[in-house]
Design a protein around this ligand. Structure first.
Ligand code: SF4
Length: 722
């Protein structure tokens, strides 16, 4: 998230960012003196504009699904307890935790009177009135299960013997005078508890899928005392009567998982030797400016790639290539492979993320508060950005939301009426460390995408709720259910430029290693401008993603005009076909892995980025240097996940397929002339209805060959010849 001085490339994932391994530990500790954990109520009645109120529904949703069905078959996982601990800690770090610990569940930590989020009952009422239009695989099933689980009382945790604790550090306390502070003042505890809940709910779901009983315990619903558990498992100690963590002090939020799955044990910390606190998140930056120095990027009046706004055709959601695969448009064999979303659900990590992601789809929209708080456009802009960054989103941009950015029809085939004219675009980092250990198309690939989708569904959902709470309509558009096409909105809001990868917008600080989401609203806001950081020249010289793409879907040729956009048009059919039929992993993001802009964020990277942005002529040399430095290879130190694949009986076992462990293809000289690419133009798009509409590849190839550059397109427009 922030520039760090030293690279962590040699540091295994399970050790985390803080050197907890250097803390002084002891064999045992007395839990008698640990102050009891005080549950949080996600409501601030005195301040309706407080962000705490906007978190209420999402927190209640996580509390509602903190337990659930356990897979009847126990999966095959390593026996070694330390390996299990390392794995589950790493999973937490992948979810964004600052620190993690594992250990036995001490009986003193079990509450005689568990506490339960009072918002769950309200939520059950809300769910009776809301429906989701998602066509995502398994969505209906999840919804039914969710409703059921909200009505079932939580059972006992008698069989739970072990626990995993996740701690999320607070950012600094907002300064009452800084722009946007009004919404976020006093919300640090809730913000970190919300993030910790997400991690614990995902990991608890994961363990249940592997066949082990597991329940998440949060700041608002728990059967255990989080303070006692943190002290018992060596994540915190009592200093001056306060529960404090090494390097962080007492400013953090927590959540835990208790389980019947035995894991290794971290020893308790020695309070007197607790390492001192380090700099806090946002110590030197205003929240509204974000963690990355976006103010250093050149702003321009229009995106660096041409958009012929008057001639962008609105397409149905049904034209998304993965949806087409599900309907059999790409052939029966692929439809069979995609059945039930198999490609995204075959490893146990991603379905664990899908459950809350699907649940949040029901909270994307909702009623608007009657009392509208007036804001100037600048105030509204500052409040939205400060709150979004405060919640830990990695990049935020505000723009208009033109009608052409809306799909013509939703996934159910119903016409979409563009409703909101303002857009808040957000980008979420998929995580450098995990990408380092991955090939981009192995068994963690889906989970990397889901991490971004889930985080936006949670935080974008909270921001949309916040805007409704202050009296303006707002809706979060998530991967599960969205009505806007996101790349052009990212361009307009200055979150990146068009890259050779195609529909992926590349951000100067995250590279292509991101997932996006958009909140649309009627709240009038000042807008950010598009950015120019020299990427068009860079991608012109660098063709690494095209060279490394396993399906050959990325063009090595020029940018061309497609449906009013100037873009390096990739072959979506090839891309989708590979992702769905990939046997050596789940889905694919190899382009993100191998791009030279997939940077760690260390100081040395800042110098590289500065050169790439300020001296565009160095792009060919920098692209070559990237290869020479072997960047984009797999770093085995960072591999933390297990290569498990679901079997016919429903259990997860080590995959029988050779795992994709690709090396760079430095000797491959990919030529555009040798590629055969196809495109689906608006004329070739399927009708909006959810029925099969076979794709004709020959027509698509012909259409690709008919595309022209922006220059030729503009000349034709000038002649009235389109
Ligand atoms: Fe652009 Fe090279 Fe990254 Fe592809 S790999 S997006 S060509 S910089």
């Amino acid at each position: 998230m922030f520039n760090q001085f030293r690279s962590q490339k040699n540091r295994p994932m399970h050790l985390g960012r803080f050197p907890l391994e250097n803390a002084t530990r002891q064999q045992d500790t007395d839990l008698q003196n640990v102050p009891p954990f005080v549950p949080l109520s996600f409501v601030d009645r005195d301040r309706p504009q407080s962000l705490v109120n906007a978190m209420r529904e999402h927190q209640a949703m996580m509390d509602a699904i903190r337990d659930g069905t356990v897979n009847g078959l126990v999966s095959e996982t390593p026996d070694d307890l330390e390996e299990r601990s390392n794995h589950l800690k790493s999973f937490g770090y992948f979810c964004g935790a600052s620190m993690a610990s594992t250990g036995k569940l001490p009986s003193e930590a079990i509450l005689t009177r568990p506490y339960l989020n009072e918002g769950i009952a309200e939520l059950a009422q809300v769910l009776r009135t809301r429906q989701s239009k998602s066509l995502a695989p398994g969505h209906d099933l999840l919804m039914a299960e969710l409703r059921e689980s909200m009505e079932a009382p939580p059972g006992s945790i008698d069989t739970h013997t072990h626990a995993i604790v996740y701690l999320f550090e607070h950012p600094r306390t907002p300064d009452p005078d800084e722009p946007g502070a009004d919404w976020i003042m006093g919300a640090e505890d809730h913000r970190s508890a919300l993030l910790a809940s997400e991690a614990a709910v995902v990991v608890a779901t994961y363990l249940r899928q592997l066949g082990h009983s597991a329940r998440a315990h949060t700041a608002s619903s728990a059967d255990i005392d989080l303070n006692k558990l943190a002290v018992a498992t060596g994540l915190a100690a009592v200093v001056d009567g306060q529960v404090s963590a090494p390097f962080i002090g007492s400013r953090f939020g927590m959540a835990a998982v208790t389980t019947s799955y035995p894991v290794g044990t971290d020893l308790p910390l020695v309070a007197a030797k607790l390492p001192k606190s380090k700099a806090m998140l946002y110590a030197k930056r205003r929240f509204k400016d974000g963690a990355h120095p976006f103010e250093k990027i050149k702003r321009v009046d229009a995106p660096t790639t041409y958009i012929d706004e008057g001639n962008v055709a609105r397409l149905p959601k049904r034209s998304d290539m993965l949806i087409r695969a599900a309907f059999g448009d790409l052939g029966k064999p692929l439809q069979q492979k995609w059945k039930g979303g198999y490609a995204t659900m075959k490893s146990p990590t991603s379905p664990a993320q899908r459950r809350p992601l699907s649940a949040f789809a029901l909270l994307q929209n909702g009623p608007v508060a009657e009392c509208q708080i007036p804001y100037t456009p600048q105030e509204a802009h500052d409040h939205v950005k400060a709150a979004t960054y405060f919640l830990s989103v990695d990049g935020v941009g505000v723009s208009r939301c033109p009608d052409w950015a809306y799909y013509s029809h939703n996934a159910a085939g119903e016409e979409v009426i563009p409703s909101h004219d303002q857009a808040i675009s957000m980008v979420i980092d998929q995580g450098f460390d995990t990408m380092e250990g991955a090939s981009g198309d192995d068994w963690i690939s889906v989970a990397q995408s889901m991490r971004g989708y889930l985080r936006f569904a949670l935080l974008g959902g909270v921001i949309a709720h916040q805007i409704r709470n202050v009296g303006y309509p707002a809706k979060a558009h998530t991967m599960v259910e969205g009505e806007v096409i996101q790349p052009p909105l990212l361009l307009l809001s200055g979150l990146g430029e068009v890259s050779r990868i195609g529909e992926v917008i590349l951000n100067p600080y995250l590279g292509p290693r991101l997932k996006s989401g958009v909140v649309t609203t009627e709240l009038p806001m000042s807008h950010d401008k598009p950015i120019d950081f020299g990427l068009q020249k860079f991608c012109d010289s660098c063709k690494k993603c095209a060279r490394e793409c396993p399906s050959g879907a990325i063009t090595a040729g020029p940018k061309l005009m497609h449906n009013g956009y100037e873009i390096w048009k990739s072959d979506s059919q090839k891309c989708a076909t590979y992702r769905v039929s990939n046997l050596g992993g789940g889905m694919c993001g190899r382009c993100m892995k191998t791009c030279p802009w997939n940077l760690e964020g260390v100081l040395a990277d800042a110098a590289w980025r500065w050169t790439a942005m300020k001296v565009p002529g160095t792009a060919p040399a920098l692209a070559k240097l990237d290869d020479m430095l072997d960047r984009g290879q797999i770093n085995p130190v960072k591999k933390w996940w297990w290569d498990l694949e679901v079997q016919e009986d429903g259990a997860f076992r080590p995959t029988k397929h050779p795992v994709n462990e690709r090396a760079l293809q430095k000797d491959l000289d990919l030529k555009y002339e040798d590629q055969t690419l196809a495109v689906v133009t608006p004329a070739l798009a399927p009708p909006p209805h959810p029925f099969p509409s076979p794709l004709n590849r020959e027509d698509g190839i012909e259409a690709y060959q008919a595309m022209v550059t922006a220059e030729v397109y503009k000349e034709r427009m000038a002649r009235g010849d389109t």
